[in-house]
Design a protein around this ligand. Structure first.
Ligand SMILES: [Zn+2]
Length: 62
């Protein structure tokens, strides 16, 4: 009984961690002109200003 509760809470904790991770706003940035945008599409695409490939930015870099 107690063991099941522990397993459940562990699974819940992992699930919550994944959910929290997906809620972090994903940003993409242009290495050329330092433009930062929210990632709104599955593909990063290129910078609208200079055409360079956009790079994914972590929360620490944003
Ligand atoms: Zn650019």
């Amino acid at each position: 009984m107690f063991e099941q509760a522990v397993q459940f809470s562990e699974a819940f904790r992992q699930g919550a961690g994944q959910m929290r991770g997906s809620l972090v706003p994903a940003l993409k940035g242009c290495p050329h002109c330092n433009t930062v945008h929210m990632i709104a599409a599955p593909s990063l695409g290129t910078c609208a200003d200079c055409g360079a490939e956009m790079k994914v930015l972590g929360p620490a870099q944003a």
